[in-house]
Design a protein around this ligand. Structure first.
Ligand code: C5P
Length: 409
């Protein structure tokens, strides 16, 4: 199962230098399992030809409202009725202005106007419209564009980016189209239910590193992948996510605020500082239980046949958070080498946690796939084994179902 398995996406490409990135986006969407049909505006076709998009998508490319290939000459109806989403990347200032005002003067604007919307008579389902603006910073900041973007957001259009950085015109600022990988993440998230909308989630992830001397330290083989996958899954579910991370070689997921720490004590301080107002705390980090009692300022020399390290206990971050009167919903991880059920449940009770995610170390540490069992007051819930991202989404769904319902506003 891939992220966009069976999804049908109509990808609109308007006129902008970033159109070359849309070619890569088509490839990524296809790899994620989506069927992609590309609609080019006249200006879009000046930047990248239909041949490129046809070859990458494996489907005919559409440019003309009057294209006789469409049954009943209704390309705009076909391309929006059976699409699961319409994505426009890059979306030029002119295109955004036209859809903000309901114009339908070419194929792409017409099919955007014709897209089915949930709750509107005759619509069997919703076909969300996602736009990825790309333009010069002056055009993006222009009051006319600002007004158009406000209108589009009010109309329920999902705006992806833009980012800030160097622009093709030589200027620097807001208006750069997001990178294809970032767009893919946002498109995947748009299909997932917003189970944690309006919630705040704090996580720890990765190993800690406890320095012993200027070049050595105590650490472990945690890759951070499970914690990062959970952070991404929480963000996809609409939460505001803060990830306190030990040293790992992973990039922060889209939209996740990352705080880098090295030692357990730094991780402890970073968590305590950010705890107020959190709805969920997930301790995924493999925190070193002990640290060297002394830090040797100079490199420890070899010579002696034996060396004894004096270690002292680190704070237990999760246990400390779980006993606070203002505690969020606390979730722990139990990586065990044997007796998973007994040890995980014992840990849950000892730390007073509503939920523990248990796994066997040889099935988890440093691997792409994960096999986990959830332990809560209702008992044990084994999850189907799978890629860490899929498992993470299931864990987030379980956590969301445990959250106290909020009074309607
Ligand atoms: O006690 P144990 O280390 O087995 O518990 C594991 C759980 O506790 C994990 O969720 C881990 O992130 C958290 N933990 C922590 N601080 C520690 C040790 C573990 O937050 N010092």
């Amino acid at each position: 199962m891939t992220d966009l398995d069976g999804k049908c996406i109509t990808l609109g490409v308007t006129g902008g230098v970033a159109a070359y990135k849309a070619a890569e986006l088509v490839r990524l969407l296809g790899k994620a399992g989506a069927r992609v049909r590309v609609v080019l505006t006249g200006a879009g076709a000046r930047f990248v030809t239909p041949v490129t998009f046809q070859a990458l998508s494996g489907n005919p490319v559409w440019t003309d409202l009057w294209d006789p290939r469409a049954s009943n000459n209704m390309a705009h109806i076909e391309l929006s009725r059976d699409a699961d989403a319409i994505v426009v990347a890059p979306a030029s200032a002119d295109f955004l202005a036209r859809i903000a005002h309901g114009l339908a003067n070419d194929l792409l604007t017409t099919l955007c106007l014709a897209r089915p919307r949930a709750g509107v008579e005759g619509a069997a389902r919703d076909c969300p419209l996602l736009v990825a603006p790309a333009m010069n910073v002056q055009m993006w900041e222009n009051p006319a564009t600002r007004r158009n973007m406000d209108v589009l957001r009010q109309d329920g259009v999902v705006v992806l980016g833009p980012g800030s950085g160097d622009q093709a015109c030589g200027e620097t600022g807001m208006g750069r189209m997001l990178e294809p990988e970032e767009l893919l993440d946002d498109i995947v998230a748009a299909f997932l239910p917003a189970l944690l909308a309006g919630r705040r989630v704090l996580l720890t992830a990765g190993p800690t590193f406890e320095p012993l001397d200027p070049v050595r330290g105590l650490t472990n083989s945690s890759s951070g992948r499970m914690g990062y996958a959970l952070a991404r899954a929480a963000a996809e579910a609409g939460a505001q996510v803060t990830l306190v991370s030990g040293p790992v070689s992973l990039a922060a997921p889209r939209g996740v605020r990352r705080v880098d720490v090295t030692t357990a004590r730094e991780m402890h301080a970073a968590v305590m500082e950010r705890l107020a107002g959190q709805d969920v705390f997930i301790g995924v980090a493999a925190v070193a239980d002990f640290r060297p009692a002394e830090f040797a300022v100079r490199k420890i020399k070899k010579g002696a046949a034996r060396l004894t390290l004096d270690l002292v206990a680190n704070p237990d971050i999760l246990a400390e958070v779980a006993v606070r009167p203002d505690r969020p919903l606390c979730v722990g991880f139990a990586a065990e080498s044997e007796n998973l059920d007994a040890y995980a449940e014992a840990k849950r009770r000892a730390k007073g946690l509503p939920l523990v995610v248990g796994n066997l170390v040889h099935e988890a540490l440093g691997r792409e796939d994960s096999t986990v069992v959830l332990f809560d007051d209702a008992g044990r819930h084994p999850l189907p084994p799978g890629p860490k991202m899929e498992v993470a989404r299931r864990i987030i769904a379980h956590i969301a179902a445990m959250m106290p319902r909020r009074a309607p506003v």
